[in-house]
Write a protein that binds this ligand. Structure first.
Ligand code: ATP
Length: 298
């Protein structure tokens, strides 16, 4: 039995001179909901395309359900067991919502007509509406409805909530969590909405310049990251911390703040030697972890 739904190691992909993936190691265990985060151009979509056999590696290997993603025959099986919603939420036009659902259903041996009709009502989509007339958000809902009804073991969703209003976003997130919990479906989704990720992901992976820079169980990632804040009587000194885990150091007036990815102990000891007035260890949000790990250009 293969425990990981997805496993890629040292995966590299270049488009000409552009290195989209620079040695990507990603692991998603079965049944996990994994949020894939990263700035624009970080390599999220390329990662997804690799897993679906739409992009071939320059080097490295990626496996889905233990099958090699770059092997053509294996890739057919992978795609048969996976539902994918692309960034553009592309759908066949020229049909109504109901016609499209009836058209795609026979392609999926495990199609769940019960889920499709349930989600249709829940997401307030009109069965007789023409696809070409749907708004962007409605198209997204329909693309997700279809993916969720295929009976797939793995859902790969590229920015599933982009363009959805807050109500629809909430509905979609709830549906994803419920379905994953009930059917053991693995979900890999990319998102720029950190709140969405915090709400439903149990695992996260942050991609930066084609590499995974942070990954793991969301609660573990949050608990091993700490902000160590030093307040001085006068201006904070310039300090370079040598302890393991320093992600970023910021100085502002009397305050020196260090983000650590490996707890606080070493840094607190170093901090005390600088004789600040106070040293505090503070929890950090996913947003802070994200911004400081991928680096905000000042
Ligand atoms: P976004 O958040 O903007 O969707 P992303 O993280 O999904 O970004 P990718 O689409 O994977 O990023 O792109 C990674 C890098 O690879 C970028 O520098 C991009 O310009 C480049 N790239 C992607 N596809 C191609 C292509 N077909 N040809 C050339 N370069 C490409």
């Amino acid at each position: 039995v293969v425990r990981d739904a997805i496993q890629s190691s040292m995966y590299r992909k270049s488009y000409g001179d552009v290195q989209a993936l620079a040695g990507l190691d990603l692991r998603v265990s079965r049944g996990a909901i994994c949020g894939l985060l990263g700035k624009n151009g970080a390599g999220k979509t390329t990662t997804i395309k690799v897993l679906l056999g739409m992009v071939r590696p320059t080097s490295g290997a990626a496996r889905v359900f233990g099958l090699a993603a770059d092997d053509e025959r294996a890739s057919v099986e992978i795609r048969g067991r996976t539902a994918f919603v692309s960034e553009d939420k592309d759908l066949y036009g020229g049909m109504t919502v109901d016609e499209l659902i009836r058209f795609v259903a026979p392609f999926y041996p495990k199609w769940r007509a019960d889920l499709a009709s349930g989600y249709l009502a829940q997401l307030e989509l009109r069965a007789d509406a023409r696809i070409d007339d749907l708004s962007r958000g409605m198209r997204t809902k329909l693309a997700l409805l279809i993916a969720l009804s295929t009976g797939a073991e793995l859902l790969i969703l590229d920015e599933p909530t982009s363009g959805l209003d807050p109500v629809a976003t909430e509905q979609v997130l709830k549906i994803l969590v419920k379905q994953a919990g009930r059917d053991g479906t693995t979900v890999l989704f990319s998102s720029h909405q950190l709140a969405d990720v915090e709400q439903i992901a149990d695992h996260i992976a942050i991609v930066d310049r084609g590499r995974i820079v942070v990954d793991g169980v969301l609660d573990d990632v949050r608990s091993r990251h700490k902000r160590i804040q030093l307040v001085f009587d006068g201006d904070a000194p310039d300090a370079a911390f040598k302890s393991r885990g320093v992600v970023a150091t910021q100085k502002q007036g009397r305050v020196l703040s260090v983000l650590s990815s490996a707890g606080e102990e070493g840094i607190v000891a170093e901090a005390r030697a600088l004789r600040p007035r106070t040293v505090d260890v503070l929890p950090v949000t996913l947003k802070e972890i994200f911004l400081e790990t991928v680096g905000v250009e000042n």
